[in-house]
Design a protein around this ligand. Sequence first.
Ligand SMILES: Cc1cc2nc3c(=O)[nH]c(=O)nc-3n(C[C@H](O)[C@H](O)[C@H](O)COP(=O)(O)O)c2cc1C
Length: 316
Amino acid sequence: MSTTLAGATLPNPVMTASGCAANGKELHRFFPVSDLGAFVTKTVMRDPRSGRPTPRMAETSSGMLNSIGLQGPGIDAFCAQDLPWLAAQGARVLVSVAGNTAEEFGEVVQRLVASPAWSCVVGVEANISCPNVANRGLVFACDPASSERVVQIVRTRVPDDVPVFAKLTPDVTDIVSIADAVLRAGADGLTMINTLLGIVIDTDLLRPQLAGVTGGLSGPAVRPVAVRAVWQVTAAMRAGTIPTAPVIGVGGVRTGADALELVAAGASAVQVGTATFNDPSAPRRVLTELEEHVARHGFTRFADIVGVAHERMARL
Ligand SMILES: Cc1cc2nc3c(=O)[nH]c(=O)nc-3n(C[C@H](O)[C@H](O)[C@H](O)COP(=O)(O)O)c2cc1C
């Protein structure tokens, strides 16, 4: 069930979602990370970061809120330890990067490309949409001009044969216009969606549960939002109003049927995030289940089922 994403051909369309499986070691105890179409790393920034204050996870009956805030060892430690380990396992790696400024994104990518383990990198995902930063103004993907600037810089620093994906937030008035801006700025594909900004109030203490007050909502509750985002953006591509590019769908995938929804809406690959906390084998299981669904529907080529819901809609 191979899939091609802007020139990167992967043996299957299932990936991890950034930030939900550390950098592979924990997950590798449950299945070989090389089984995945690609392993997506936790977003890596230039300098080591401790993230936002604790508590920074809150469960709700309809999804999970996190305010981890891009905790991580920084790009140099990532290149020295995590990337070589992933390469040694034979994993294909989509590296998620971020910076406090557009120029900092460029610095992170420059160091990444210089890494001796670079050859395992099948793509770079520019996380322009993390909601867990103290200054909401830093969410580049809320503004077309800021998004364009980041994508332009990342695209010029990544070799031409490696695709750049821009990860978008649904917390905008019009996600199609942001998609249009980043694709025109040089993104080869899109990842949709990042978490939605939310707040949980502790009803005993009558104060926000998260120390950082706001957090990113993920899990089953956000799946219809992800399906909607993938649908709207791929519909605009099909209508020729924005450039055509592959889409990676992410948000609330727990089962193969959940993944199939995103694929039928237009995603050429899917990522599994929050489900991994409850079932670390979820990404591998979702792959098997998705394969079964694709076969059950009589498709022999995965590419033929991508966006099929648009075609069936047109025939109504
Ligand atoms: C604990 C946690 C940490 C996350 N960290 C990142 C991150 O570092 N970079 C990023 O782009 N997205 C991050 N995300 C967002 C996920 O990659 C994904 O876009 C989102 O959670 C929706 O998918 P899901 O419902 O399958 O989790 C994080 C999500 C969670 C739950």
